[in-house]
Design a protein around this ligand. Structure first.
Ligand code: ADP
Ligand code: ASP
Ligand code: MG
Length: 452
């Protein structure tokens, strides 16, 4: 069985949903089809929650009405029979009356927030299932809330997901296509929760891992993982093959095409992940598996919103237990550390979540001196196969970065990652400079010398 996930732009227009049906039914073999919300819906639902919290009743109602109008016209183009249209209208009426009931709740807490944001995937999957039925396809919708589980730390419980999903699937062996929602899940209190923004990729990978699928396919609006961020860098190209480790580093360090945790369950269970383009289904895309190719430097990604904390030991850094005390503080506040550098008496770390920054720094000050921390930083991550005997990689990277101030450097922890911390204002310049130096310089040199 394969798992195919379609993102927001891939389901965002009626004709795109038609194309998804064509794709998933084009070849035989059972598939689990994971759908995101229609593009723009999740943002709209978050905006509705914010307006509701701000008690802006008129604006809230207007925003709900605008979103509903979008769905009213969407279903008119989606279906071709009056029966299907009527079913679609019923779904839209039900969901929007639920959305209206949510904004009326007086104490609008994170519980309502999460129920609200879940409505996007709940809508898209129901509408798609009706379309599949209209076309006479062998398809069933299974609610992700019946099997997707996270623990108290928000981490998915793969074994529980496996047990619940296997039981659900056993009840539908007669169906070729099993449709479900990306992104949404239940937490240990039984409430509706989610896997964070972009989480439908993670759903697909969790499902693929849980059922030990043949393959997980992530269908989006670009022909695979590119060597650099195509929104920022002028010339980029798709990478045909990546190892699990390389893809995991790229996703974690900001390549938006994949949710940061997507690769983990696939790698754990050895399930290949293929990235495909819905607009260009014949393009090769990117295959992520155990293999890798020879190319030393594969890709670059960047992650924004980092804060650097500079910690000085009042004695020596290597004084017994100092680093343990530092990391105990981050553990206490469940704040992951992204990058670490050390000197004889100091350690600098970066975090991407500064919710507990004040509490963290107060605790650290009990046994260390702290310098003023820096905000508005970005990590740039160069990913590839950096074997210990590879020469010259650092030279190429720093040659590209010669005019850009560098705050921190990390290299050697894994064979796949060289990370550099820069001010966010310099990120675009750095990404473009690295792109030219690492991917186009040698070709440019060759053509200069061959022309002479
Ligand atoms: P979906 O809605 O299908 O989940 P996303 O918008 O989350 O799609 O991810 C696809 C987008 O990721 C692309 O349109 C592209 O702009 C962006 N992107 C950022 N970095 C990369 C990269 N290295 N390779 C490919 N796409 C990237
Ligand atoms: N709809 C969710 C979001 O926009 C999940 C996803 O698209 O992956 O973040
Ligand atoms: Mg996405």
């Amino acid at each position: 069985m394969q798992v195919w996930k379609f993102g927001g732009t891939s389901v965002g227009k009626p004709e795109r949903m038609h194309a998804i049906r064509d794709l998933v039914t084009a070849n035989t073999g059972r598939k689990i089809v994971v759908l995101s919300a229609l593009s723009g819906t999740t943002n709209a639902l978050i905006a509705i929650s914010e307006l509701a919290k701000a008690n802006s009743a008129t604006e809230t109602e207007q925003k709900i009405a605008d979103l509903k109008t979008h769905y009213d016209s969407f279903i008119k183009e989606l279906y071709s029979t009056p029966e299907s249209l009527q079913k679609g209208q019923q779904i839209v009426e039900n969901e929007f009356s639920y959305i209206r009931s949510l904004v009326k709740v007086k104490a609008f807490t994170s519980k309502q927030d999460k129920e609200m944001v879940a409505q996007g995937e709940i809508l898209s999957t129901q509408l798609f299932q009706v379309y599949m039925e209209e076309k006479g396809e062998s398809s069933v919708l299974i609610p992700a809330l019946d099997f997707m589980r996270i623990d108290t730390d928000g981490e998915p419980e793969l074994n529980t997901i496996e047990a619940l999903l296997t039981a659900t699937l056993a009840a539908h062996t007669d169906k070729q296509i099993v449709v479900t929602q990306g992104f949404i899940c239940r937490n240990p209190r039984g409430e509706v929760d989610n896997l964070k923004r972009g989480g439908s990729d993670y759903t697909a990978s969790l499902i693929g891992g849980a059922i030990r699928a043949e393959e997980i396919q992530i269908w989006t609006d670009i022909d695979g993982m590119h060597n650099n961020d195509p929104r920022i860098v002028k010339r980029t190209f798709p990478i045909r093959e990546l190892s699990f480790e390389e893809a995991a580093e790229l996703a974690y360090f900001g390549a938006k095409i994949l949710h940061p945790s997507t690769i983990t369950p696939a790698k754990m269970r050895g399930v290949p992940v293929r990235l495909k383009n819905t607009m260009e289904p014949d393009a090769y895309g990117t295959l992520i598996a155990n293999q890798t190719t020879d190319r030393e430097i594969k890709a670059i990604a960047a992650k924004d919103g980092l804060t650097a904390i500079y910690i000085h030991s009042t004695r020596m850094l290597n004084a017994f237990g100092f680093l343990k005390k530092v990391f105990d503080v981050f553990e206490k506040y469940k704040t992951p550390v992204d990058m670490i550098t050390t000197s004889e008496v100091s350690v600098a770390v970066t975090i991407d979540n500064d919710t507990h920054l004040e509490a963290i720094t107060a605790d650290l000050r009990e046994f260390a001196d702290l310098e003023e921390h820096d905000h508005d930083l970005s990590i740039i991550c160069v990913v590839g196969e950096f074997k210990a005997d590879n020469e010259g990689i650092a030279l190429k990277v720093f040659d590209a970065m010669k005019h850009i101030p560098i705050r921190m450097i990390s290299y050697g922890a894994s064979e796949h990652n060289l990370s550099i911390l820069v001010w966010t204002k310099d990120k675009n310049t750095a990404l473009n400079a690295l792109n030219e130096r690492l991917f186009y310089y040698e070709d440019a040199m060759k053509s200069i010398f061959s022309a002479q």
